[in-house]
Structures are given as C-alpha cells and as structure tokens.
Design a protein. Structure first.
Length: 280
C-alpha cells in the first residue's frame, strides 16, 4: 500500500515541481492500494506543487441531463469526483467539458468557459493551462484520455469535427433553461497514442510510476510545438487505418470528393461487438 510521502517522491521524480500548473487525468484503481484513499492522492499532488501551483482535473459530463455546476458529478473517474467536492475547488460552467481547479490560477482557468463556442479551444481552461506553461499528467491512463489532444484538432479546424445542439437545459445563474450549441465536437475514434514516440524522442514527456500506475507527464507547450506542424501537414494524422473503424473511415471520406451515405455510419461495423467508439 503506497503512502502519501511515497507518492510525493514519485511525483518529484517525474518532474512535478512547486509552482506547476498541472492537468491531471487519472484512473484511481490503477494505482493499487493507497493509504488514505483518493484524498491522500490529491493531497500528494497539492503538497508537491505548493501554494504557487494549480491542480486541474477534467470533470466532463454528458448532455442527457441538466448541468448544475454544484451537483453534476464528473463522468471521468473517481478521483476527479472526489476533487470536485473538496472545499475551495472551483468548477468551470461548461455543460459538457467542465474542469475543476484548486490553487493560484484556479479562478483564471475556470472563468468564462460557459461563453466559449468550443469545449477545448481558444478561451477554454485547456488552452489557458498551456499558456501558463502547464503540464498534463496521465495517471494510469494513456494519450486517448488526454483532453488537450482535442485542442489540437480544434486548432486545425479538422473537417471531422461537428456542431452539436445540447438540448438539456443548464441550470446556472443567468443561464436558466438555456440550450447550448457546441462547435467542433470530435467524433468517436482517433489514434492519439501514435504521438507517444514523438514526444518521447523530443524529451517532451517524462514517464514513471505512481504505485502500480504507469504515468506520463507531458509539457503541453512542447506537445503543441511537436504536433501542430504534423497536423498542418496531415490533418488525418490521428485517424486510424482500420477498415472496420466506422468513425475513422467516415473522417477520411470528408477529405475526398466522394458522396457520403450517412445511413451507413449510424450503425457500428467494428469487429468488436462491444465497441461504441466507431459510431459517429
């Protein structure tokens, strides 16, 4: 069973330092036994980055129920839900892509998210974290859970990004019964893991372990510097070549002059019958 002090040592070895702005994506179960549970994990991060640091976690929600910033639970893991309910933690008011933050830059990071036309682009917490020189830490999860990757897709205005009308009302002060139009929403599948070796070779990522969980700590500015030129050259960089991946096949067709039969892409043709990500 790992202790808070052992976790703090692991974080320092990964390059987490006082004053860091840190976006954490996590799978609590991947760590194994933790003395003190989820709160001890959160305390280990907060004590490592100190009073000048800021800890941020995505607290994404669906759009099938009304969003209330005070009560709508995070849909992306137990650790983020425990963090959301802690005293002093602030939450952005975006009904789909909200984040929670605590620390020096928490108010700046969470402010105004509800007025952004996209979930992860300009003006959103994700790009504010980048501009603050922040890091993304993947704790027991991989690049496919790194929300920053959506910001890169938005930056090139990828053709496969869609506009959705979020029909659930958002019960927020001054936003009573408001519906929400979300632009540049990503489809099901993209292969974000393919970028890992590029980050490794460029020294933009530190890898380690916290308990039993494999970790990746990524410099977000370096991620942008590496990936943006690649995406500008090939906007289908993240689109896989699996013939059975419905979502990626549709995305590729958008970059051709071929007529698209949308009825075909409303069904799941993936060879894995339990897979849902291949449907657009």
């Amino acid at each position: 069973m790992i202790t808070k002090q052992e976790m703090k040592r692991s974080l320092r070895l990964m390059g987490i330092a006082p004053g860091d702005t840190l976006l954490l994506h996590s799978a609590m179960t991947a760590i194994g036994g933790v003395e003190g549970g989820a709160d001890a994990v959160i305390d280990a991060f907060l004590e490592t980055i100190g009073e000048e640091g800021t800890l941020v976690m995505s607290t994404l929600t669906g759009w099938f129920a009304p969003f209330d910033a005070a009560t709508s639970p995070s849909a992306v893991g137990y650790l983020s839900e425990v963090f959301r309910t802690r005293p002093g933690v602030l939450r952005s008011l975006h009904p789909v892509h909200s984040v929670c933050a605590y620390g020096k830059h928490a108010a700046f990071i969470t402010k105004g998210h509800e007025n952004c036309r996209t979930g992860c682009g300009e003006g959103t917490p994700y790009l504010k974290i980048r501009d603050l020189g922040g890091k993304a830490l993947l704790l027991g999860v991989d690049m496919d859970r790194n929300t920053i990757m959506h910001s890169l897709e938005e930056a090139i205005d990828a053709k496969y990004l869609r506009t959705l009308d979020i029909v659930a009302p958002t019960y927020l002060e001054n936003y009573q019964d408001r519906t929400f139009t979300l632009e540049k929403f990503p489809p099901g599948h993209r292969d974000f893991m393919m970028i890992t070796p590029y980050l490794r070779r460029a020294g933009a990522m530190t890898e380690g372990k916290l308990g039993n969980a494999v970790t990746k700590c990524i410099d977000i500015r370096k991620l942008y510097d590496i990936v943006m030129p690649m995406l500008e050259k090939d906007p289908l960089l993240f689109i896989c070549h699996n013939d059975h991946c419905n979502s990626c096949h549709w995305s590729r067709l958008l970059y051709t002059d071929l007529e698209i039969d949308m009825e075909k892409y409303k069904e799941n043709y993936c060879t894995d019958p339990t897979c849902e990500i291949c449907v657009i």
